[in-house]
Design a binder for this molecule. Structure first.
Ligand code: RFL
Ligand code: PHB
Length: 396
């Protein structure tokens, strides 16, 4: 089998790229190792930047998003037992974010691709990429119990942080910049209405907590926990009690989260990582395959979408004009946005979490920074601009 663009991974970046290419008349094949149900149910991101919403809409995946997405005009920050709001439209000239789960984005993109797009193969496990530095790279994968080969003009690694494509770049041709954090998140999904109509990010002596949501009936909640925590050590009542303690307000002593059945519980490590350049010959890396951020800034899915917009535009330009200029610029173009998001995600993470090794001095610095955001429109605008995200322009 031969295709113009071979896409490894059917997560948000691979699926959106396939759709953008389909709309531009460029054929592609998506190879996804897991089955459809698994990919559609994997709990992950919840916040879409306006630029991501616009891209999904322009790609034809905006109908359910428009009907069911929850538009958020701000977030609440809690610390020292009090809370203050960061008002996005007021601080950013009218920009806002949308709560629409990654699971739903993925379902919408899969339905479109299966309806009229190029092949999207589930349970197609890619083992190797060969000839990335030649004109005719190939992807070796197993499907239906058989070893198969797909030759391509271009191979795109959309296979996430644990994928194989990053390692297909010779070590001498890539550099990875990485940071791990001395804490993880315990995340739960609960059939309980969100406490509040916006997200709450809380700094507390016991550690960070985040109250998010999936719908008016379903809450998504996170607690900072030590690395290597076993979710079994966190029975539901312990999770709720700890959330109540970390989100507590001095002015509302009786304040409690609305509790409900916990339907999922898992522990997620926190890591920052960037691999440069995001290209080797005819192999391009996109999304989590090239970079990850700790989720405190809600940036991962949005970065993945931005990468594939830049890449689809570059492939279309190449097809139309014969020029590889935009493909040659792909890595540098993406990395400017990536490093901004890396810095923001790092800042939010280190401002809000309790590092087990931190001193009382460090805690005072965190609280001083939070108070500064509360007191200064300039400091709040810096957070708001980064949170709502950079617009996607012709150059980025
Ligand atoms: P994915 O989603 O990891 O998809 C990669 C796909 O590749 C497949 N694959 C292979 N297929 C074939 N052959 C192989 N050898 C393969 N190896 C892997 C995998 O099965 C998978 O389907 O990467 P992608 O598409 O780049 O998308 C990235 C996003 O998923 C990720 O950045 C976000 O989820 C990060 N993230 C958040 N991002 C946001 O923008 N806003 C948020 O609010 C937000 N919250 C989060 C998050 C990530 C989290 N976790 C679990 C890390 C919250 C959490 C808890
Ligand atoms: C989520 O709803 O899963 C979510 C929201 C905001 C974040 C991280 C995760 O910063």
């Amino acid at each position: 089998m031969h295709t113009t663009v071979g896409i490894i991974g059917g997560g948000p970046s691979g699926l959106l790229l396939a759709r953008l290419l389909h709309n531009a008349g460029i054929d592609s094949v998506v190879l996804e190792r897991r089955d459809r149900a698994y990919v559609e149910q994997r709990q992950r991101a919840g916040i879409l930047e306006q630029a991501t919403v616009d891209v999904l809409r322009a790609a034809g995946a905006g109908a359910r998003l428009a009907a069911e997405g929850l538009i958020h005009d701000g977030i609440e920050l809690r610390h020292d037992g009090r809370s203050h709001r960061v008002d996005f439209p007021a601080l950013t000239g009218g920009r806002r974010v949308t709560v629409y789960a990654q699971t739903e984005v993925v379902k919408d993109l899969i339905a479109l691709q299966l309806a009229d797009g190029g092949p999207l193969l589930f349970e197609a496990d890619v083992r190797a990429v060969a000839g990335a530095d030649t004109d005719r790279p190939s992807i070796h994968y197993s499907h239906d119990g058989r070893d198969q080969t797909l030759t391509c003009d271009y191979v795109i690694g959309c296979d996430g942080y644990h994928g194989i494509t990053r390692a297909a770049v010779p070590e001498s041709s890539r550099t990875t910049y990485e940071r791990t954090y001395p804490y993880s998140w315990l995340g739960i999904l609960a059939d309980a209405p969100p406490v509040y109509d916006e997200l709450i990010y809380a700094h507390s002596a016991q550690g960070f907590a985040l109250a998010s949501m999936r719908s008016p009936y379903v809450s998504r909640l996170y607690l900072q926990v030590p690395n290597a925590t076993d979710p079994a050590d966190w029975p539901d009542e312990r999770v709720w009690d700890e959330l109540d303690a970390r989100l507590a307000l001095a002015a509302e002593p009786g304040w409690r989260l609305k509790r409900g059945p916990v339907t999922q519980k898992s522990v997620l490590p926190m890591r920052s990582s960037v691999t440069e350049p995001m290209r080797y010959g005819r192999l391009f890396l996109a999304g989590d395959a090239a970079h990850i951020v700790p989720p405190t800034g809600a940036k991962g899915l949005n970065l993945a979408a931005a990468d594939v917009v830049v890449l689809a535009r570059a492939l279309e330009h190449q097809r139309r004009t014969g020029s590889a200029d935009l493909l040659d610029a792909y890595s540098d173009t993406c990395l400017r946005r990536v490093w901004r998001a890396e810095h923001f995600s790092y800042s939010m993470t280190t401002m809000l979490h309790a590092d087990p090794a931190q001193s009382a001095f460090d805690t005072k610095l965190q609280l001083s920074q939070l108070a500064r955001i509360e007191a200064s429109a300039h400091a709040a605008a810096e957070l708001a601009e980064n949170y709502v995200g950079l617009p996607l322009t012709q150059e980025s």
